[in-house]
Design a protein around this ligand. Structure first.
Ligand code: 6PG
Length: 229
């Protein structure tokens, strides 16, 4: 696990964009394709907007999502909608695989599993203040799914119905990035990185502590508690 510290979210977005470009070029040169799962929420938006100006062969990138709220892409809560506004609608993408494609979250998850590759090159994730990641929330059964690649899940707040990649599937990726900014995330980040392991209480640990290659991109505000730990 590697931890990259940044003074500000803007510096984090710039550095993550540079690394993303390098990873994409390397994968496309080696395998002809770069397969990435985009994170939802608000933190990654700055990265996506920065990437919109990057020189990548976007037609060789396959875009998936780590999770999605069960709403249409036009809904302001949609992770797909945010990514399309910030990046996908601004570059020449060719392969985009939205999660909400069927009448129920369970049907969406089942359809998504047919599309997902054996393993992704990169999974982008955020971190909730309660220690969730993707749509793996504390106290919910989703974090313990070991067989399936994608499942329906429930969130305690906001849009309740979700579709999410399972921790087991995310842990098969070549690389997982957590993007974490803001003082509100400090306690959760400290628990993920240094707290007792309890996936029901802090689901992000199920990926952060078990994926073979994990990198954290965090700003000073989110790292505050760790300085005090
Ligand atoms: C979602 C996200 C979720 C997000 C965290 C952090 O659909 O809500 O996938 O896991 O990454 O809640 O959200 P922010 O970046 O908005 O703080």
């Amino acid at each position: 696990m590697r931890l990259h510290r940044f003074a500000t979210p803007q510096a984090l977005a710039r550095a993550a964009s540079r690394r993303f470009v390098a990873l994409a070029r390397e994968a496309i040169a080696a395998r002809g394709v770069f397969r990435v799962a985009l994170a939802g929420g608000s933190t990654p938006q700055a990265l996506y907007e920065t990437l919109a100006g990057a020189a990548i062969d976007w037609s060789s990138v396959e875009f998936f999502w780590s999770d999605e709220r069960f709403v249409p892409a036009s809904d302001p809560h949609s992770n797909e909608g945010m990514a399309r506004r910030a990046l996908l609608g601004r570059v020449g993408v060719r392969y985009v695989f939205p999660m909400v494609v069927a009448a129920t979250p369970e049907a969406c998850a089942a359809r998504y599993e047919q599309l997902l590759p054996e393993a992704l090159d990169l999974v982008l994730l955020g971190l909730g203040e309660d220690g969730h990641t993707a749509s793996l929330f504390p106290g919910e059964p989703a974090v313990r799914e070991h067989e399936r690649k994608a499942i329906a899940a429930r969130a305690p707040t906001g849009v309740a119905d979700r579709i999410t990649l399972s921790a087991a599937y995310m842990n098969r990726a070549r690389l997982v990035w957590f993007l974490v900014t803001g003082a509100g995330k400090a306690q959760a980040l400290a628990r993920v990185l240094a707290g007792p392991e309890d996936h029901d209480a802090t689901p992000a640990q199920a990926v952060a502590r078990h994926a073979p290659e994990v990198e954290f991109f965090a700003d000073a505000a989110a790292l505050g508690a760790l300085h005090r730990a």
